[in-house]
Design a protein around this ligand. Structure first.
Ligand SMILES: O=c1ccn([C@H]2C[C@H](O)[C@@H](COP(=O)(O)OP(=O)(O)OP(=O)(O)O)O2)c(=O)[nH]1
Length: 149
């Protein structure tokens, strides 16, 4: 398993570093490193610290912050930026833009599992400017152009 550098910015995270819940898990839970419960009103977005910083260092990787399914589906707690993209050279604290898209206030408790982090491979590309592309079966068709079935 690849290892990456991590800084523990909040001592409470010492005992609960993100870990894969099962051998097949893709995501690492991120916790709300807050000192007291925060009430997030319906429609409100708040930036929540995680107490952690990572440095992927390799431009062939990125990290993404995604909602937790249960929090999103049951409580309407998703991400204000929909997906958080963590650059390989970012060394600051991982922050979770937390959006209550639901219709009721939600109380976020200290150290509650809030979102999840996945590490993904990334391909950086250069551009080859052309006038015409080589032809392809799809061409410019999109947005349902292949029909409903
Ligand atoms: O949910 C997020 C999204 C981003 N970041 C951090 C890591 C990322 O590498 C950095 C910049 O993010 P992004 O490039 O998406 O932000 P931007 O609004 O385009 O600002 P910048 O000009 O800093 O790139 O902020 C987080 O901690 N949480």
């Amino acid at each position: 398993m690849k290892t990456i550098d991590i800084k523990i910015l909040d001592p409470r995270m010492q005992e609960q570093l993100p870990a894969y819940a099962t051998p097949g898990s893709a995501g690492l839970d991120l916790r709300a490193c807050i000192d007291a419960p925060i009430v997030i009103e319906a429609g409100q977005t708040v930036l929540i610290p995680t107490g952690l910083a990572i440095h992927l260092a390799d431009p062939g990787y990125a990290a993404m912050i995604l909602p937790r399914s249960g929090m999103g589906h049951k409580n309407g707690i998703v991400l204000g930026n929909l997906v958080g993209l963590i650059d390989s050279d970012y060394q600051g604290q991982l922050m979770v833009s937390t959006w209550n898209r639901g219709h009721a206030a939600f109380t976020l408790n200290p150290m509650e599992r809030l979102a999840q982090l996945i590490i993904v491979p990334v391909l950086q590309v250069g551009f080859n400017v052309v006038e015409e592309f080589d032809s392809s079966e799809r061409g410019a068709g999109g947005f349902g152009s292949t029909g409903k079935q």
